[in-house]
Design a protein around this ligand. Structure first.
Ligand SMILES: [Zn+2]
Length: 285
């Protein structure tokens, strides 16, 4: 057993404690003679300490192992003043964080509690092969099909779009509007075809982007503001550091994130400006 304080110190030594590079994972597991899956489980209490459950005070933490060998932490984010369906669950945070760092497949996940039904449905969009090993409270790993039998998912709708894809990235310095447009192009929106992205600029000049992540059951979807906030929190920033926000949506789309995004920003970053562009042409796939 590694001292939790040692693991915390290792994680906190990086620019973002939410991402542990593959080389470090290898070094840790070799030096301490534990498996990567055991390391995942030992990271869970540290992940819980990073949660921001401002309504429930119930801290949820997960640690996800990607195919690259890197580990990503996830935490729950709750937003006072907003409906509960705006909550970001730890599993959603961890998956979005892994996707934002270029991960294209997930191998294993450990969590402080069993994934709720909402998260099992969210994971069903991600784990298209049903091979993700899920560990809860030091129990044996279980697959998602065993936790979500008789599931409804993308295959029921005849869709093959992969959730974990390499993201589009700007090849040169780009405006906030352009960063939001590029983030929109990396959306997973096979059900509405409404690509959407958000770019947030903080007071220190950093930019965080988020892509819309849609779910076959609709409700577990993550808005582009949600995924941008995950990137911001994973970098240790406060919500009030946001100064500008740009939402990019698709012309002729059946849905819009504008009203809810505007309201959520007002609650968490009242000083931030908000603008919307429609830079994705109708019919873009
Ligand atoms: Zn959940």
């Amino acid at each position: 057993m590694i001292l939790p304080s040692l693991l915390s110190a290792v994680c906190l030594s990086y620019s973002t404690p939410f991402v542990i590079p593959a080389e470090t994972v290898n070094t840790l597991t070799e030096q301490i003679s534990i498996t990567r899956e055991e390391l995942l489980q030992q990271l869970v209490p540290f992940a819980q300490s990073l949660a921001r459950p401002l309504i429930s005070n119930y801290r949820v933490g997960v640690a996800l192992l990607g195919k690259s060998g890197a580990i990503y932490l996830g935490v729950n984010l709750e937003f006072p003043g907003m409906p509960l369906n705006q909550t970001i669950h730890a599993e959603q945070f961890g998956v979005a964080c892994a996707r934002q760092h270029g991960e294209t497949s997930l191998i294993a996940m450990a969590g402080s509690a069993a994934p709720c039904g909402h998260c099992r449905q969210f994971l069903n969009e991600v784990d298209d092969e049903g091979t993700l090993q899920i560990y809860v409270a030091n129990t044996e790993g279980r697959t998602l099909p065993s936790l979500l039998p008789a599931a409804f998912g993308p295959k029921n709708l005849g869709l093959q779009d992969k959730f974990m894809i390499p993201l589009s990235l700007p090849s040169h310095p780009a405006s906030l509007e352009e960063r939001a447009r590029i983030a929109a192009l990396s959306s997973h929106a096979p059900y509405t075809l409404a690509k959407s992205g958000v770019a947030l600029e903080t007071e220190d000049g950093k930019v965080y982007t988020g892509s819309y992540l849609e779910n076959a059951a609709f409700n577990p979807s993550l808005s582009p503001l949600h995924t941008a906030l995950i990137a911001l929190v994973a970098d240790g920033q406060s919500y009030t550091s946001i100064q500008r926000a740009v939402l990019c949506e698709q012309r002729g789309a059946k849905i819009s994130h504008e009203a809810v995004s505007c309201e959520l920003l007002k609650q968490i970053a009242p000083g931030a400006s908000f603008a919307k562009t429609m830079a994705i042409p109708e019919g873009t796939r």
